[in-house]
Ligand binder design. Structure first.
Ligand SMILES: Nc1ncnc2c1ncn2[C@@H]1O[C@H](COP(=O)(O)OP(=O)(O)O)[C@@H](O)[C@H]1O
Ligand SMILES: [Mg+2]
Length: 250
């Protein structure tokens, strides 16, 4: 049974998509079978994995209950359910219980994968709530900035509400600090604060700020393909191993 992980934070530009793409690539390199679900109408994960606009995508699944299996596309060693700009309409429709559709749909394909990673949009709307409702874990991505840390407290409250009202199985897998620069005093101070406040919830791996990361995205490649010896590659591989240890309890 695949483990479903939402890569989330309602703040944009913190590294969610980067993490969804490179963590998926890392897991598939370790031999795991991985499905990425792009649930952001901006479709950044779809493009970062080298795909253009796709006719079959998550919108048909959420809006018309088309089987999710029909929208799955193989790319490199992964599989992806692409996004579409039309997904934005899902946030607004009034269908009762719409936040449970993704959870229901995943039942059909869950057994085919070891991991299912959902790249969430930068909002607290129905798409993020759907992803969290369908997930075993949330991986919260944040940058070491005061506003990002403030926003996270708000996000943790939403997670608790989803757990109480919609998905009792939901747990926080961890907090991942990205774009980290250990030479910056503010970054060091904020990391100390996070580790004091959230203790072991903070992943030991920090993703350093590294130019190879946006470069890889612009080439439609993951970091391991584009720059295997870069700090970005080293950090995402270390995160992959730490995540596997966390979910398997090793
Ligand atoms: N560790 C990093 N070092 C340098 N740039 C990064 C890093 N992580 C993400 N970025 C860049 O920051 C931008 C926002 O990242 P993204 O993953 O799209 O954030 P989100 O999905 O949270 O909106 C992208 O251009 C991405 O390439
Ligand atoms: Mg994104």
């Amino acid at each position: 049974m695949g483990i479903v992980i939402s890569i989330a934070n309602h703040k944009g530009g913190v590294g969610k998509t980067t993490t969804a793409v490179n963590l998926s690539a890392g897991l598939s390199r370790l031999g795991y079978k991985v499905l990425v679900i792009d649930s952001d109408p901006q479709a950044n994960a779809t493009f970062a994995l080298g795909l253009g606009k796709q006719e079959k995508n998550l919108y048909q699944t959420l809006a018309f209950q088309d089987a999710i299996s029909k929208a799955i596309i193989p790319v490199n060693q992964l599989e992806i359910v692409p996004s579409s700009v039309h997904l934005a309409a899902f946030e607004k429709n009034n269908e009762i219980g719409k936040e449970f559709i993704l959870q229901e749909q995943l039942l059909e394909v869950k057994d085919n994968y070891d991991f299912i990673l959902i790249d969430c949009p930068p909002s607290l709307g129905a798409l993020t709530v759907s992803a969290l409702t369908a997930s075993d874990y949330a991986l919260i991505v944040l940058q070491p900035e005061p506003l990002s840390i403030q926003g996270m407290t708000e996000f943790v409250k939403i997670l608790r509400t989803v757990k109480t009202r919609m998905n009792p199985d939901l747990d926080i897998l961890g907090l991942l600090v990205t774009s980290f620069d250990s030479r910056t005093k503010l970054h060091k101070e904020l990391l100390e604060y996070l580790e004091k406040e959230y203790k072991d919830m903070v992943f030991k791996t920090k993703i350093r700020s590294n130019i190879s990361i946006p470069e890889a995205q612009s080439m439609g490649q993951d970091i391991f393909q584009y720059a295997p010896n870069s700090p970005g590659s080293e950090d995402y591989f270390s995160l992959t191993k730490e995540l596997v240890a966390r979910v398997t309890g090793d």
